[in-house]
Write a protein that binds this ligand. Structure first.
Ligand code: SF4
Length: 66
C-alpha cells in the first residue's frame, strides 16, 4: 500500500505525525499508509466543504488534542 497523496501537505500529519500516542500510530497505519486512506474523514471534509479541516481533525473525524 502506498502513502496517501496528501501526506506531505496534511495539517494533521504536520502537527501530530511524530507524536508517540498509540492511536496516532494506528491512524497512520490504517489510513495514511493503509487500506482505509480513501475513507479518511479529512478528505471527505475537504470534498464536502471545499476547505481544509482543522489540523486537530483525525482521519476518523474525531478531534485530537495533545
Ligand atoms: S490524515 Fe487523511 S488526508 Fe492526512 S495523510 Fe492521513 S489519510 Fe491522508
Amino acid at each position: 500500500m502506498s502513502f496517501c497523496s496528501n501526506l506531505s501537505t496534511c495539517g494533521f500529519i504536520k502537527k501530530y505525525g511524530k507524536t508517540k500516542a498509540l492511536e496516532l500510530k494506528g491512524y497512520l497505519r490504517k489510513y495514511c499508509n493503509g487500506e482505509k486512506q480513501d475513507k479518511c474523514e479529512r478528505k471527505r471534509f475537504k470534498e464536502n466543504y471545499g476547505i481544509t479541516p482543522s489540523e486537530n481533525m483525525t482521519p476518523i473525524g474525531m478531534y485530537f488534542c495533545k
